[in-house]
Design a protein around this ligand. Structure first.
Ligand code: SF4
Ligand code: SF4
Length: 85
């Protein structure tokens, strides 16, 4: 599943540098997750690191972007050019 930042984001800048896929960037008003780059941290970490660092819990699963673990792993492989052992 790609994740989604909701409109309660306070632009604290905590999540953007932590994303291993460079999926987070500043949008017009709040931060935004590029669903083409978000693997829910699959391939990098055991759980989504942006969710771990967000102080107000405004990052959630995007119901429009439900993906299986295998699909996320393929996305990771496509983004990094390698498959995890
Ligand atoms: S879940 Fe991981 S890959 Fe997705 S936006 Fe958050 S830090 Fe980036
Ligand atoms: S950590 Fe949370 S509140 Fe801070 S910029 Fe990211 S989504 Fe917004």
């Amino acid at each position: 599943m790609a994740l989604l930042i909701d409109d309660t984001c306070i632009n604290c800048d905590m999540c953007e540098p932590e994303c291993p896929n460079q999926a987070i960037s500043m949008g017009e008003e709040i931060y935004f997750i590029d669903p083409e780059r978000c693997t829910e941290c699959v391939g990098h970490y055991d759980k989504p690191t942006c969710v771990s660092v967000c102080p107000i819990d405004c990052i959630e699963v995007d119901p429009q972007r439900l993906e299986s673990h295998d699909e996320l792993l393929l996305k990771y492989a496509r983004l990094t050019g390698k498959l995890k052992d």
